[in-house]
Design a protein around this ligand. Sequence first.
Ligand SMILES: [Zn+2]
Length: 672
Amino acid sequence: MNHALDLSAISPEASMATLSSTLIHWAREYYTLDAPTVCDNKYDATFNELKALEELHPEFINPNSPTQRIGGDRLEGFVQIRHKTPMLSLNNVYTDQEQEDFFTKAGLNIYSHIIAEPKLDGLAVSLYYVNRKLAYAATRGDGQTGEDVTHNIKTIHSIPVELDDSAPAILEVRGEVVMKKHIFSKLNAKAQASGGEFRTFANCRNAAAGTLRQLDSQKAAKRPLDFYAYAIAECSSELPDTHSGRLGFITTLGFPVHTAVQRITPAGLGKYSDAIYARRESMNEEIDGVVFKIDSIAHQERLGFVSRAPKWAIARKFPADEKETTLEIVDWQVGASGILTPVARLSPVHVGGVTISNSTLHNLNEIRRLDLAIGDRVVVSRAADVIPKVTSVLSRPLDRQTISAPTECPSCGSTVVQDSGHVAYRCTGGTRCPAQAVALIKRFARRDLMDIDGLGEKLVEQLYEANFIQKPSDLYYLCFSAVAELPGMGEKSALKLKKGIEASRETTLDKVLAAQNIREVGRSACRELTKHFDNDLHAIFAATQEQLLDVELFGPVMAELAYNAFREPSFQQEIARLRYAGVVWPEKSTKAAAEGDSLEGQVWVLTGTFTSMTRSEAETKLAAKGCRVASSVSKNVTTLCAGAKAGSKLAKAEKIGVPVVDEDYLLSVIGE
Ligand SMILES: [Zn+2]
């Protein structure tokens, strides 16, 4: 092996970390600073050395390792890329007058040429080619610095990864990444059918952005995106002196340019935007206006820029179904996983045929993007098939109040944290948090999970408020005569609920696991999990993180989160309580299960007298199964086994919700 660095004396883990950070440093010098300090051969040799070590010690692979970026495996986060030429945004005009003023100021005469393009509602990206190979692709970001999305850009078929020999050695192409409307509709339909497992997107642009920012490029590849080039930012060879000439040049290199792009004269401005506006419904891409650029590069250079926008190009925005209103306050809603979502409370406004008084703001990034604060006059728009949303801020009063994530959960008061690498804020209250508990029970009852008929969202809230249920398994221990007494319920509704709950008992293991809402481990992952372990719950609970990694769809993060979840007493208690309440699923034969039984991670308490053995014999046998036997009942206890004449321990277990089993169950578990 060609040792690029002398690492023979240190541990493989440390060597790998050193190699990895060295490579990242070199790559940064090369790509971002344009000042390489090592030759390509040395880089490659070091890269190969790291790869060889990673093959020997996969357990030490750093997800940020440069090797992990090839072939686009899961990334931990995004590398920031500084644009060599800033990616500017265009100024918008909304009226004919504004448009005319703009071109008058730009010194256009009737003989000038203008390039007219549809304004695609997607994501601007920069594609940087070195020696005719795609070196990196970055999002626009703040215009100065964007995110490295090379791994996902490579999944877009319309973007060439390599260019012909005739192409210039250095080339930066800019354009728009879009999701076509029919792909977007299909994706959202699938997301809605999934009952919340896949997220739905408000529009094509969000879907494109979400896909491009997807850490897992295999997932990104399943959501096809398209690309249309609109400019060259850097080129090592001489370029044509018109914008249209340059677009033609890009086309010859294999980059798609939108077919609706036209070269027109000032007299044709109105006609072009009217034509695109009329066609926009039938176009494949979401379009929110048209862009006009002066064709002559010399003219462009004479005009230059004003603050952050060119003086030679303008976006003419199309009118939308929009109304003005005021942002009164922002509420933070807590979901089943504790994620806090900001929701705008608006002064009610009639738009697109409905009255709107609230609208999701998704997350703080969206709020920052809009530069939104409480008290602002905002534009709310509602297009067909799109949820109403705050699209922009019209005016910002002096006494506006900045929106920030609460430091304490609005529902339970627990600390709110932001997980590293995530945009979202999360309540740490877990099941103690009423909002999370209610959301979790609602989720549990969902059609694609436990499918409880007759248990609507309102009823979950009512049952929770009446203190009848605190966690999903409580549904199976409900006293229906008491439920019938609840306001608005009655015998009939209670009976319907009872039937719904009873019918839900017969289910499948993957649904039971998915209904537990393990972070990052969704419905499909649970399906793969149970398939992999042949519906053997004990094998799943006993699996090591490495074994979990072998499961289809599982990455290191999921494996760790699942592994930890399976060891939480509360998790095991929930499963045990469900089983005890008669929730059943097809499983491996009892004998095989008993032989393979591991009670690792479980905590049992024995109480009362047993007929087939003494308590200490039972303890020994349980311990042999990897189970810890405790002497007193606490929240950490997963199972209480009660023999005859059980007393206070049984009472306490029932009081705090520890599942109780009898001697027969004990015998079946220890295999006798
Ligand atoms: Zn909370």
